[in-house]
Write a protein that binds this ligand. Structure first.
Ligand SMILES: [Zn+2]
Length: 109
């Protein structure tokens, strides 16, 4: 039975992974998509927007094939990063649905 995560993790569509003859790249792209599947939507486009700015990195089109994000989404992530993410609230400050409580600091008496 396929694991639940497999359904939500994007399968890379780049030429290298399609050919399947470069294990290192295939593994790297799979891990990128696994990582992306754990991020929320803005985080995904910021991460890929950031990757797109790395010197010598893949083109937006290539990153779009790898991650499944639209090229426009990647450009948007890049623009938001350049703008300092000012329009986007810091989700850590208020997270819906509770989740983990902040660790209590141990106070010494
Ligand atoms: Zn790939």
């Amino acid at each position: 039975m396929a694991s639940e995560t497999e359904k939500t993790v994007h399968q890379c569509q780049c030429d290298i992974c399609q050919a399947g003859n470069d294990d290192e790249t295939v593994r790297h792209h799979r891990q990128m998509n696994l990582f992306l599947s754990r991020l929320n939507e803005p985080q995904r486009r910021w991460y890929v927007g950031l990757l797109s700015q790395k010197p010598g990195s893949a083109s937006d089109r290539q990153l779009s094939l790898i991650t499944g994000l639209d090229e426009e989404t990647i450009r948007r992530g890049r623009r938001e990063l350049e703008a300092g993410l000012t329009d986007v609230p810091d989700s850590r400050q208020r997270r819906e649905g509770g989740g983990r409580l902040p660790a209590e600091k141990k106070t010494r008496c």
